[in-house]
Design a protein around this ligand. Structure first.
Ligand code: NAP
Ligand code: ZN
Ligand code: ZN
Length: 348
């Protein structure tokens, strides 16, 4: 077995702490990745704090994983020792259902094996994530990372990047599309960068006036504080696509009003309460509300290649694993600039 040092949550309320555990020996199609960095997603916080229901602890969170391949199984042909590789939000799926065959493994009908707080295909082994020193994964669920990029700034692409790239593509965002990005945190800042790189006209909608300059630096063409009446009147009805990344309970019915005729609000944020949606706010202007969950392996690779070709990287604060609780506290105050990333060397 492969000895691994992790940083784990032991219950919904206590600080995270050290957790030694074992990964499986790499099988014929597995790669062993020495993790250099792992991003901190708000989903990590939702999971360990029990926002999405009771959990089995300890949980080693983390699904924005990058590192270097240290060992490969006999039948591995996608990666070689020394390559840079990434792991995102899932590490396996059934491979035979319609969704897996379409390359949408995140919707696997048998249930995807998510990277942590989930089960491997054996139905018994609990998955543990990237706040750790190494991971063993089937090559089909590992991503290739181009050489020469700053790895701490690549890590967040594995969740925040694909989660925003996928709906922007699905809803045909391109030159001149009027895109509103709701919330400037980890997902929001990637949505701004990616939509701008696709040629869209991007407006950042925030609760935090102090983020205006950052929004413009990230590529937004306009900025509005959606809790401010004057700003709200200026932008309502403007957007073809709104990407809603808000992590806290909010009133979807109000935000649908940001859409133009035929506009679509895509929910990627995952709070437990979205208020009430009035029928006429949709039918009166033929608007849609959609959801989106990360993206499949093929599209994640496409996104990584798009980012490498267009110079898109996350803006990060790199921290030691021992600082995770402080990072979570700042996330809850909307004080993320704009992704915390763990230097996993701090666990060695
Ligand atoms: P984050 O970095 O903490 O950013 C969330 C942002 O939401 C904040 O920075 C803030 O932006 C805004 N916000 C927070 N509380 C708010 C409130 N009460 N009212 C209005 N706006 C508020 O979180 P993240 O990592 O980007 O994740 C965002 C959400 O997406 C989480 O719920 C996460 O679980 C979910 N998620 C979903 C997927 C998926 O596949 N669908 C994947 C990853 C994450 P401002 O300061 O600009 O207002
Ligand atoms: Zn995530
Ligand atoms: Zn499947």
């Amino acid at each position: 077995m492969i000895e691994t040092n992790g940083w784990a949550s032991y219950d919904a309320n206590s600080p995270l702490r050290a957790h030694g555990f074992q990964r499986r020996e790499p099988g014929e199609r597995d790669v062993l990745i020495e993790i250099t960095h792992c991003g901190i997603c708000h989903s990590d916080l939702h999971t360990v704090r029990g926002d999405w229901g009771p959990q089995s602890y300890p949980i080693v969170p983390g699904h924005e994983i990058v590192g270097r391949v240290a060992r490969v199984g006999a039948k591995v042909d996608k990666l070689v020792v020394g390559d840079l590789a990434g792991v995102g939000c899932f590490v396996d799926s059934c491979r035979t259902c319609e969704q897996c065959k379409r390359g949408e493994e995140q919707f696997c009908e048998a249930g995807s094996s998510f990277t942590y707080a989930s089960l491997e295909r054996d139905g018994v082994t609990r998955t543990q994530g990237g706040y750790s020193t190494r991971i063993v994964v089937d090559q089909d669920y590992a991503l290739k990372i181009a050489a020469g990029l700053p790895l701490d700034r690549v890590a967040p692409l594995l969740c925040a990047g694909i989660t925003t790239y996928s709906p922007l593509r699905k809803h045909h965002v391109g030159k001149g599309t009027r895109v509103g990005v709701l919330g400037l945190g980890g997902l929001g800042h990637m949505a701004v960068k990616l939509a701008a790189a696709m040629g869209a006209d991007v407006t950042l909608l925030s609760t935090t006036r102090a983020k205006k300059l950052d929004a413009e630096r990230l590529g937004a063409h306009d900025f509005a504080v959606h809790t401010d009446d004057a700003d709200w009147k200026r932008v309502r009805g403007r957007f073809d696509v709104v990407i809603d990344t808000v992590s806290a309970a909010h009133d979807l019915g109000r935000f649908v009003d940001l859409l133009a005729v035929d506009g679509t609000l895509v929910l990627v944020g995952a709070p437990d309460d979205l208020g009430k949606l009035g029928a006429f706010s949709l039918i009166g202007r033929r608007r849609s509300v959609a959801g989106s969950l990360i993206g499949g392996i093929r599209e994640t690779q496409e996104m990584l290649d798009f980012c490498a070709a267009n110079g898109v990287l996350a803006d990060v604060e790199t921290i030691a694993a021992q600082q995770v609780d402080a990072a979570y506290a700042r996330m809850l105050k909307s004080d993320v600039r704009y992704r915390f990333v763990i230097d996993c060397g701090s666990l060695r």
